[in-house]
Design a protein around this ligand. Sequence first.
Ligand code: HEM
Length: 158
Amino acid sequence: MKLLEQVLFWVHGMSAAAWFGAIFYRTLVVDGKAFGYFDRRADYEKFSTHLAHGMRYFVTAGLLICGLSGFALVGLKWDGSSVAWLALMGAKSAVWLGACVLFTYVSWIHWPWRSLAAPEEFPKYRKQGQQLAYAMVVLSGAGFALGQACRMAVGVSG
Ligand code: HEM
């Protein structure tokens, strides 16, 4: 059981790290660099659409692996006697669910709208896209902070 727990812990941490790193780098580095690089706004929008193409499957996989391994860990490490631990698990589930809903909106609604936008709509969609991406950075960062808090709540022993 200990080995399974270690493997799940590694899978959970790695998928969370990959997801946070990708969204952080995309939002805070790549977007600004690309915006400054292209002279024509339409070229920047085309590049952004190209960059996003196919990413849906990676992000969906990352979110699912992180969430499923997290729920499996809850089953293995269950500590019903600690209210703090239960509250932190509830908060983690809410953050993860929020991230799934946000990603569904971005990928299936906002991106299709943005990729079909008229040139005069470009600034509005970029601003909204940035706000949604910052919200995702905050959600995944919150998942990390809560993960650390869980470790503290159980005394980092297990
Ligand atoms: C929002 C997405 C999530 C992120 C970014 C995330 C991140 C993390 C991280 C980084 C750790 C390890 C903490 C450390 O190394 O000290 C961790 C631990 C853990 N996470 Fe998550 N997590 C997320 C969602 C979930 C979900 C949905 C669950 C299930 C309810 C969950 C359950 C757990 C459990 C049980 C642990 C082990 C805590 C312990 O040692 O007692 N996580 N998480």
